[in-house]
Design a protein around this ligand. Structure first.
Ligand code: ZN
Length: 188
């Protein structure tokens, strides 16, 4: 088991569309174990493989920390492999999101409330399922990561301009963070 560095905004791996994987992907179970460790250590509720430098269609979610406020999230802990969102429905609404690749940044992001998706679990069993509310929200955020889409790709260009300095500081590592990260523009 080991904790992996989380890539900060600006790393090209975060912008790449991740590749599907098969059962015999090398070291898959170790990758998943390390992703759980990394996510818990960083205090996150979700982590996608590209955030630890692996451009594969894999993300993990454990929403138990939110379950005091949202009882439906109790035991919402899953590994999603080769996920595809088939359908999104309902009226878009804003929700304040954070991301381990953007320490110190929180933004209201608009998304639809309900999704229909298919994915494989860690034993490569197929699932087709509908999620809504906070569950859908967390999945949509992690799913974006395997599509190479980031939180800041979903805010207005004006807002992004206003955040330019802050985003540069994240890429350079001029941020205070209490978990292991790798910053693309940090001077050595
Ligand atoms: Zn994220």
């Amino acid at each position: 088991m080991s904790v992996l560095p989380i890539l900060a905004y600006g790393d090209p791996v975060l912008k790449a569309k991740a590749k599907p994987i098969t059962k015999d992907h090398p070291d898959l179970s170790a990758i998943i174990t390390n992703m759980w460790d990394t996510m818990y250590k960083a205090g996150g509720v979700g982590l996608a493989a590209p955030q630890v430098g692996k451009s594969i269609r894999l993300f993990v979610i454990d929403a138990n920390p939110y379950s005091d406020d949202e009882p439906e999230l109790k035991d919402f802990k899953k590994v999603f492999i080769n996920a595809r969102i088939l359908e999104e429905s309902g009226k878009e609404y804003p929700f304040n999101e954070g991301c381990l690749s953007f320490p110190g940044l929180r933004e209201d992001i608009r998304r639809q409330p309900s999704i229909k998706m298919c994915y494989q679990d860690e034993d490569f069993n197929d699932h087709e399922e509908v999620f809504s509310g906070i569950k859908a929200r967390i999945i949509q955020h992690e799913y974006d990561h395997i599509e190479g889409v980031l939180m800041v790709d979903r805010i207005t260009p004006l807002k992004k301009t206003l955040l330019r300095k802050k985003l540069q500081n994240i890429s350079k590592g001029n941020v205070s963070v209490d978990y292991l990260m790798r910053f693309p523009l940090r001077k050595r």
